[in-house]
Design a protein. Structure first.
Length: 450
């Protein structure tokens, strides 16, 4: 309206024109009177992944989104897709400049920064209510180079070690491994004695990407330093590759080279595997499908390597609002309200999604310390200090666009798999990965995003 008034058309003139048009056509009911447009029902389109805990989708899609829509005069449409389709779908929406208002990535998406609106105001509003977000959220959604929050993270998923207590107990580790050497040594004994291999992927899928970085970071190996400079080609990385090769040869089988993102889950719940790195979707599945195996699968914290004990988040929930979204304001309000109600989400997801604003679930430690579904009820208490060992993709730096492309094109997955399979020496595998990484870093530096 301000634009029309600036062009010399007053509000009164517009009302007169609207009235004249209505009289002339006899269709006055179809005329939208200025001031009434806000009463029209809006639409908010959300894309989420198919959650690994089905109860969460049931709650989010059929209850929370619907109730939020009713309160905000908005039709909320939620679409769910498999995790392996997320990146391709994001690229397709960008190409078409059309799609969802809210788009969920399950890992930091800095390579989409130029197509995303700044989420600084969403973080600020949530910080007013609940205090500062955890560092993991900021490192996963903020670009210190451009000073932009390219996404917003309401939650993350821990990635503990899931191990068979009976099998590890039989080789002298009833409380599970504490170090990566424990996994290699005890895993080899278990495989020899009972035929149960370790299950850590070496294929082009997200769980492998997280697991390889977990081992790397514990060995002091990294894609980049704190300032975002490429440092992959190092003595520490070479030692990590040699360790993973030994781990595969001594404790695993060739199946890990063709795994998808749920193979480790299925393998340990079926009783086949001795250990996996996975979120608690594994143990939740066991609780529902086989209480006996659920009692055998226990959890332990991040394992120690030669340098440190550290783990990654298993999933980082990062919502992007596209610049071409049709309901940007509604998308941001939805996120603020979602964070405000996050305790309900935490319970609905059966503790799978941990809050990025800790105060939203003030009784988190009490909840996870006594869960009647778990075997035993305090199984999830092991996660009460997860923020002391969970970190972001790209640690110790921020999750930038170059690291994102390395993750999405499986540069490190291929490096480890080639060496483990004997298709390249550790030195050759590292050299190939370093060459690819240099090309990726140069590309994004030229774009000014790192």
């Amino acid at each position: 309206m301000e634009e029309k008034e600036q062009k010399g058309i007053s509000r009164r003139d517009l009302l007169k024109a609207a009235g004249a048009g209505a009289l002339a056509t006899g269709l006055g009911a179809n005329i939208i009177i200025p001031g009434r447009a806000s009463a029209q029902r809006k639409t908010l389109k959300i894309l989420n992944w198919v959650h690994f805990v089905p109860a969460y989708d049931e709650w989010f899609n059929k209850k929370y989104a619907k109730e939020w829509g009713d309160k905000n005069n908005t039709e909320v449409i939620v679409d769910n897709i498999g995790v392996k389709l997320v990146n391709a779908r994001g690229a397709a929406e960008v190409s078409a400049q059309k799609g969802h208002d809210l788009f969920l990535f399950n890992w930091p998406p800095p390579s989409f920064e130029e197509q995303a609106v700044d989420m600084k105001d969403v973080y600020q509003e949530c910080e007013k209510k609940f205090g500062k977000p955890i560092d993991l959220a900021v490192k996963s959604t903020y670009n210190p180079k451009t000073k932009k929050y390219f996404a917003f993270s309401p939650s993350f998923t821990p990635d503990p070690v899931n191990y068979r207590q009976d099998l590890f107990g039989a080789v002298g580790l009833p409380n599970g491994p504490k170090t990566w050497d424990d996994v290699r040594i005890a895993g080899a004994k278990i495989k020899k004695q009972s035929g149960n291999p370790v299950g850590i992927g070496l294929s082009n899928e997200i769980d492998t990407g997280m697991a390889m970085r977990t081992i790397m970071y514990s060995f002091g190996s990294h894609e980049q330093d704190e300032a975002g400079n490429l440092i992959l080609n190092s003595k520490q990385t070479l030692e990590t590759i040699k360790f993973v090769k030994a781990l595969f040869q001594e404790t695993m089988t060739d199946e890990v080279f063709t795994w998808d993102e749920s193979s480790n889950n299925r393998g340990i719940v079926s009783g086949k595997l001795s250990l996996v790195l996975n979120a608690i979707s594994t143990t939740r599945t066991a609780e529902k499908q086989d209480p006996d195996i659920s009692r055998k699968i226990q959890l332990t914290k991040a394992l120690r390597g030669p340098v440190r004990a550290i783990g990654l988040e298993h999933v980082m929930q990062c919502y992007v609002v596209w610049k071409f979204a049709e309901n940007i304001d509604g998308a941001k309000k939805f996120l603020i309200d979602y964070v405000t109600n996050f305790r309900t989400a935490f319970v609905a997801g059966e503790f799978y999604d941990f809050p990025c604003f800790a105060k939203t679930v003030p009784d988190l430690q009490k909840l996870i310390a006594n869960d009647p579904k778990a075997h035993p009820p305090d199984k999830y208490k092991v996660l009460d200090d997860v923020l002391e060992w969970a970190t972001n993709v790209g640690y110790p730096g921020y999750s930038n666009a170059a690291v994102d492309e390395m993750f999405g094109t499986w540069v490190l997955n291929v490096m480890f798999a080639k060496a483990a399979a004997g298709k390249a020496t550790p030195e050759e595998a590292l050299s190939e990965a370093d060459t690819a990484s240099k090309r990726i870093f140069a590309k994004w530096k030229e774009k000014g995003l790192i």
